[in-house]
Design a protein. Sequence first.
Length: 110
Amino acid sequence: MNKNKPVLLSIVGIFVLLLSACSWVKLTPGGELVRVATKDDVASCKKVGKTTVSLKAKIAGVKRKSDSVEKELNSLARNSAANMGGNMVVSVSEMENGEKSFEVYQCAAV
């Protein structure tokens, strides 16, 4: 049994790494209509609120790729903005421990 332990640990390690790269957050139909923007893009838009979104930045103790986490946080923010009546989101914080804040805007032309 001890001979198989390194192989088993390798398989588990590969599985955890593959999971850490997966995207679990899907855009809703409304979220697909929301754009991630900059402050300049929303200068003439109406601010409708703020949303803070979060997710697990580690799976089974393994830190996920930051670009995957960032992409999922943007998707969560877009979904949230759609529920608030917005069509643009602007990041207002850095990603920290799988959490990020966004301002939500309603703009006439996207």
